[in-house]
Design a protein around this ligand. Structure first.
Ligand code: SAM
Length: 282
């Protein structure tokens, strides 16, 4: 387990993931009834972008750094409001020094009745995450394999839930694990909303991954992808999200949001984006 998210926090992939996560949390809140967020690969929760590690890659500068400086038209600013208001709350003096990972972002958006269960397998990161939420009765942090949580922690007792699966993709077979993990989780909790993250890079088996997901015959599955550059060079060129049981408004929201995020974070003229039904309401 070598992956440390501090090197990548706030990059273009985090921007897409966290902007969508914030919308999904807000959508759950259209009903008063409590819900639970299950974050299976949670990281440390809060990232200092002035740290040596974050400065070394500087990835955040072409992600959240660019977005925070952009002039946003009203419809886009509205859609990003839950996400960017959380970032601003952590940086009251302006700019962006502290960046919220998925559990911290979620926590900043929860109402008193809502709950978060966060899993992290790396012992140091799990400890850092526990410290982050010490004494917070709305959050439970567990040092646990997130793939196991997809079985043991579902369905949530609230019977309403949002599940983020954001593995590091540092070992082979993670695309297949995502498919298997979703299949297992969906059998236990078919009414949950799921958000799965995956990388786009040279040679990535995206087509086969999509076909395996389609074969699960889960009725409503939306896909959102944003690439910031050509995949001819090595390294991460884009990222995607699979959203199962998405809010009915999400596809239109993505059609408003993705072209703007693409323009703001593009690194070359091959930047691209798309949002489409992998299964369902085509
Ligand atoms: N979700 C976080 C966010 O958006 O801020 C970022 C998570 S990072 C991409 C992936 C995390 O998963 C790392 O912190 C890594 O230590 C952790 N991890 C790796 N394998 C895991 C496993 N099997 N179960 C739980 N966590 C794991």
């Amino acid at each position: 387990m070598n992956y440390r998210h501090i090197y990548h926090a706030g990059n273009f992939a985090d921007v897409l993931k966290h902007a969508v996560l914030a919308r999904l949390v807000r959508y759950q809140q259209n009903k008063d009834k409590a819900f639970r967020v299950l974050d299976t690969h949670a990281g440390i929760g809060l990232y200092d972008l002035s740290s040596e590690e974050a400065q070394k890659t500087g990835e955040w500068q072409t992600g959240i750094g660019k977005l925070m400086q952009a002039e946003l038209a009203a419809p886009v600013a509205d859609l990003l409001e839950p996400y960017l208001s959380a970032v601003r709350e952590l940086n009251p003096d302006g700019g962006v020094k502290l960046y919220p990972g998925s559990p911290k972002l979620t926590r900043l958006l929860l109402r008193p009745q809502d709950r978060l269960s966060a899993m992290e397998l790396h012992p140091d990161d799990a400890r850092a995450l526990s410290r982050q939420f010490e004494g917070d009765f709305q959050v439970r942090v567990t040092e646990l394999d997130g793939w196991l949580a997809l079985g043991a922690h579902l369905p949530p007792k609230e019977k309403r839930g949002l599940i983020l699966v954001d593995p590091p993709f540092e070992i082979a077979g993670e695309y297949e694990r995502l498919v298997d993990g979703l299949a297992k989780a969906y059998r236990r909790f078919a009414t949950g909303t799921y958000c799965l993250w995956y990388p786009i890079k040279k040679g990535a088996p995206i087509k086969g991954f999509h076909e395996q997901l389609q074969a699960l015959e889960i009725p409503k599955m939306l896909c959102a992808e944003l690439s910031v550059r050509s995949d001819r060079e090595e390294g991460l060129s884009g990222s995607g999200l699979i959203i199962v049981n998405p809010p009915f408004t999400l596809k239109d929201e993505l059609h408003t949001l993705l072209p703007v995020l693409k323009t703001i974070m593009a690194q070359d003229r091959y930047a691209s984006q798309r949002a489409f039904w992998l299964r369902g309401e085509a």
